[in-house]
Structures are given as C-alpha cells and as structure tokens.
Design a protein around this ligand. Structure first.
Ligand SMILES: Cc1ncc(COP(=O)(O)O)c(C=O)c1O
Length: 408
C-alpha cells in the first residue's frame, strides 16, 4: 500500500524550518501534493523516498545524475581525493589538470574557470562578455531559464529594475526576432545567451534549427559580441563537448554544471582566446570553488563517459521509453506530445491545457514506482538499463489505465 505519511510530516516541519518550505523547483508545491518531497536513498536510476517507496527516477536529480546515482568509479575517485585534500588554502594541482582536460576536449575552449552552480557559470559568462566588449546589452530568449541570480531569476521578487537593465528578449528559433533584438541593442550588444535547445517548462521543447544557431553565431561575429551557450542542463548528454558541437556551431563562452561531475557540485565556464582578457579581469570566486573532490569526480565522469559510451546508452534508453509511452498512450486513446531529444524528454498530453491530466498521470505513475514530471523536461541516465525501462513501462501501463478511468 503506497503511503507518504513520513513525507507529509516532513513537509509540515519544513514549513517552519525554512521560510516557506522547501524552496526552488524542488519544492513540493510545484508538483501534485501526492508526489513525494523527501528522499532517503539513491542508487543507479532508483530513488527511495522517506517512507521507503522505491521509484525508477526519470528526473535524475534535475540533471545532476548522468551515469547513475552513486556511480562506483566516480564515488571512489571522489572519496580517495577527499581523504587526501579537498577544500584548502590553495587549489590542488588537480584543478589545473581538469582545466587542461576541458581546454583539450571542448572544441571552443582555450581557458576554463570553475565554480559551483549553474547560476555562477551563467553569471560569469555575462560578466565576461561585458568586461571584454565594454558593452552592456544581453539578449535572452523569452521564457528561458538561466538561473536564480537577480539578473535572471524567473520570480523577480527582491530585485531592482536596475538588476534587469540592459536586457532584450527574443524568441527562441526565430531568426527575425533575434535580428530585431540585435538591432534594438544597436552598438551596445555584449552577448546573446542561448540554451542548446528550447527546454522551457510547460511548453513543447524545440531543437534549434541550423538557420537559428548559425544566425546567432554570425550576429555575434558581426557585432563583436559573445555567443554564450547555457549548457548547464544539457552538457555531456549529447556530446563530450559543448552541445552545439553536434550542429557545428561553437560558442565564445559556455556555462556547464549539473551532470559534469555526476552529482558532485561543480560548474564550468569555458571560453576562447577572444574573451580571455575579459574573463581574467572580472573578480569572481567562492569559498568552495577550489574543492578538489569535485574535480576528481569530474575527471572520472569524463573517463567513464568515454570508456562506457554512456551518451549512446542514455539515448537508447530514452528512445525505448519514448516508443513505449507512445504505444501505451494510443492504446488507451490518448495522444502524447513527446518533445525535445529523447535523452531529455518533455512528455505532455494533448487537450490538457492546465496539465491536470498529466499531474494525475504522473501521480499514478509515482504510486506504481515511476517518478515522472508533468511539465518539466525529464532526464535519462546511463544507469537506465533495458530492464529498468521495461519495468517502468509495465507500471506506466497501469497509470494510463487509471487516467482512462478518470478522464476517458
Ligand atoms: C539552463 C540552466 N541554466 C542555469 C541553471 C542554474 O543552475 P543552478 O540551479 O545550479 O544555479 C539551470 C538550473 O536548472 C538551468 O537549467
């Protein structure tokens, strides 16, 4: 019998312990109340909540889990490093080795800066672009998420209008709106920031057209501005490089985080020599940014991806899940919109404008041991083996049956 008794008690306590319960996108309020909020254990592609319910997890820590939770090789490398030196008065030589590794592997990269969170990385990119070009205006796609800093938080409470000065929005994949925004920026264009594909919440995802990606590159070149790729969510799920390497477009500056150290906290900014001076001039640092444990985890993550062909494994798992869900949905008379790449799918149900059916479906799936999200893109990982996907699909069948009973 599926119960969330502990979870409800913890949520009550959280309302007192934190200003307004668990914050950010991991808050229970952002999902149906019958979705678990707290988890006690994670291994491979599986999660156990605080009541002991087990799930095959298709959120993968909102992207931090690439190879599987608790990957033995990554965890061993991190533990060995932690015993030796982690956070200290100066960096370990490992920091340099890792930077050299990125500069070598990422086609656009001549230099690297490490930080801790995606917001650190996107903010450093924006600061670098402004420092290098001496200009201010940043073009940002309407609805895109680039972090929680004052310049980019989607809920701008507690920020000043000045924090959002010098920003112009454009529509993703729409070359004419991008051109119009460039024109509006006039001679003040510092950067265009763009995500590798449109992965906004609630709406269908879109892979960039070649025309759009190339236009973004060309407009930056023509205007002496930086093309910033916000690869925080996508890095290493498509290529072992910046994600637009797959379509032959290189950024000037790239922000990565989430999966690069398979769950250890690390953000990576990389850039080309055109932006080296600006990057060298900005003041940026953090007390924990030199911690060597994450560097060791990141190095091992790259080795595992290369040796185990993890990117292909993640894609294969995503393709099987996508096909299975489509077949089930149509067998029960529903039509799904599965958009975005199968490594990071967003699954929406047609005729469901307020995501009511999808909330119900995801909740039914959770009760059957499958953790899915009704309006945020999901994430596959290399630990999703054929048997896990088959088991997940066996259980989503029951969720579709319940959906049919409720809404059919
Ligand atoms: C595309 C993108 N950029 C930036 C961020 C911010 O990263 P963080 O939450 O680590 O600060 C996120 C986080 O979800 C993201 O998805």
């Amino acid at each position: 019998m599926y119960k969330l008794d502990n979870d409800f008690t913890l949520r009550e306590r959280a309302l007192k312990a934190f200003p307004n319960g668990v914050y950010g996108h991991q808050a229970s309020g952002s999902l149906s109340p019958n979705h678990p909020q707290f988890f006690s254990r994670a291994r491979g592609c599986r999660l156990w909540d605080s009541d002991g319910n087990e799930y095959i997890d298709f959120m993968c820590g909102y992207g931090t889990n690439l190879l599987g939770y608790g990957h033995p090789r990554v965890d061993d490398a991190a533990a060995r490093q932690q015993r030796q030196i982690d956070c200290a008065t100066g960096p370990s030589p490992l920091m340099l080795e890792l930077a050299e590794m990125y500069n070598d592997k990422l086609a656009h990269a001549d230099w690297t800066i490490f930080a801790k969170n995606g917001t650190d990385a996107t903010t450093i990119c924006v600061m670098t672009a402004r420092a290098q070009t001496g200009k201010n205006t940043i073009l940002i796609a309407d609805g895109a998420y680039h972090g929680s800093g004052p310049w980019c938080t989607p809920g701008p409470v507690g920020v000043t209008p000045g924090d959002r000065d010098h920003q112009i929005s454009y529509d993703y994949n729409d070359v004419s709106s991008l051109r119009a925004a460039v024109e509006q920026a006039g001679n003040d264009l510092a950067a265009i920031i763009v995500s590798p594909f449109k992965h906004d919440v609630f709406v269908d995802q879109e892979w960039p057209t070649d025309e759009f990606a190339k236009a973004a590159r060309a407009l930056c070149d023509e205007n002496n501005a930086a093309l910033i790729l916000d690869d925080v969510r996508c890095a290493f799920r498509f290529v072992l490089g910046s994600t637009w390497e797959a379509i032959g477009v290189l950024p000037d500056l790239c922000a990565m985080s989430k999966s690069v150290a398979n769950g250890y906290s690390l953000a990576v900014v990389s850039g080309n020599d055109k932006f080296r001076e600006g990057a060298g001039q900005i003041y940026t640092t953090g007390s924990f940014w030199f911690a060597a444990t994450s560097f060791a985890a990141a190095m091992e993550t790259i080795s595992v991806i290369e040796e185990e062909d993890s990117i292909a494994a993640i894609k294969a798992a995503g393709d099987t899940l996508r096909k299975g869900l489509d077949e089930q949905a149509s067998a029960y008379g529903f039509s799904l919109r599965q958009t975005g790449p199968s490594q990071m799918p967003l699954v929406l149900i047609d005729d469901d404008p307020m995501w009511e059916k999808n909330n119900f479906f995801c909740n039914e799936a959770a009760q059957r041991g499958v953790y899915m999200h009704p309006w945020h893109n999901m994430f596959l990982c290399a630990a999703h083996r054929e048997a896990d996907i088959a088991e997940a699909l066996e259980n989503t069948d029951g969720a579709f049956k319940a959906l049919k009973k409720q809404f059919g």
